[in-house]
Design a protein around this ligand. Structure first.
Ligand SMILES: NC(=O)c1ccc[n+]([C@@H]2O[C@H](COP(=O)([O-])OP(=O)(O)OC[C@H]3O[C@@H](n4cnc5c(N)ncnc54)[C@H](O)[C@@H]3O)[C@@H](O)[C@H]2O)c1
Length: 273
């Protein structure tokens, strides 16, 4: 939790999807400081609503429920959906139908801005010795990455056609600390996640922009130069963990695709095995 919020309270009502998930639980107490009312939703059960919170358990694949969910919302932090490589059916429901329903509901309810939790796995088949930026072509590493690429395109359509702004955040690895050599490049601390989301919510002009969700790591596969207008300034770094990570994983096997490509283990994961 940041000691000093970057920006004082700004929103009447924010919506946080995926609120029962790993990052949803991280952001739930943090986002409350930026809004009068925080609406929380997930397909899974949520902890009981506290003061200033509303909880809605629903499936994003349910269009009428999504329509109702977006009523009276100023901006959305969209984390909900499948977050790992799985079979097609849950990905279709959560990440394809779900993201379409969310944007349709945003359009019909006049919501103007979305922070969309996309993924590094949109770019997973770029190599770790290549640096990609906001304009690099997507190279998804599986059905999950493919579904996130679809979500990014839905967001772009709704910007071009309806003026709904989206900050696409291709999150690297947001966990308490980096545990692998790859994560030394992809790690995003929870405090930097908050900084990034709040930067996206409060930047004066977002349009449709892509940013990579990483901390200030010395090694990275990502160049965020083209997202300078968002004003995200990471303050944490994976580098403090480098000695222990390198001790645990002293060598890299350059014949192993999971160690060569940016997507890591995801390039071999899933039902294609
Ligand atoms: N944690 C990371 O490092 C990381 C990296 C890249 C991208 N992301 C993305 O960030 C978001 C949050 O990640 P997380 O680690 O908290 O994942 P998570 O799986 O813990 O949380 C996702 C939540 O979405 C909910 N959900 C799934 N299908 C749904 C549906 N059909 N309708 C409504 N809710 C549904 C799940 O119940 C879950 O609580 C995800 O979209 C994920 O793809 C996270």
């Amino acid at each position: 939790m940041l000691d000093h919020p970057l920006t004082p309270i700004t929103f009447q009502r924010l919506l946080l999807t995926g609120a029962a998930g790993g990052l949803g639980r991280v952001l739930r107490p943090r986002l409350k400081r930026y809004c009068a009312s925080l609406r929380l939703t997930d397909i899974a059960p949520l902890d009981a609503a506290q003061v200033g919170e509303e909880c809605v358990q629903m499936d994003l694949a349910d269009a009428p429920a999504a329509q109702k969910l977006l009523q009276g919302v100023d901006a959305v932090v969209h984390l909900g959906g499948v977050s790992t490589e799985q079979t097609w059916e849950p990905i279709l429901a959560g990440n394809i139908v779900g993201v379409y329903n969310l944007y349709e509901a945003a359009r019909k309810n006049g919501v103007k801005r979305v922070i969309f939790a996309s993924s590094n796995h949109v770019m997973g088949f770029w190599r770790q010795d290549q640096v990609v930026d906001a304009d690099s072509a997507p190279r998804p590493d599986g059905l999950y990455g493919l579904s996130k690429a679809f979500g990014e395109d839905v967001a772009r359509l709704y910007w071009d056609r309806f003026g709904i702004e989206t900050l696409v955040v291709r999150i690297g690895s947001s966990f308490p600390e980096p545990t692998t050599r790859r994560m030394l490049a992809t790690w995003l601390s929870y405090d930097d996640l908050e900084r990034l989301v709040v930067s996206g919510l409060t930047a004066p002009v977002v349009g449709w922009s892509v940013i990579y969700g990483i901390s200030d790591n010395a090694t990275a596969f990502y160049d965020n130069t083209k997202a300078r207008h968002i004003g995200y300034r990471p303050r944490d770094s994976a580098d403090a963990f480098r000695p222990q990570v390198e001790a645990a994983q002293p060598t890299i096997d350059l014949s192993d695709p999971t160690q060569i490509y940016q997507g890591g283990a995801f390039v071999r994961a899933g039902h294609f095995e």
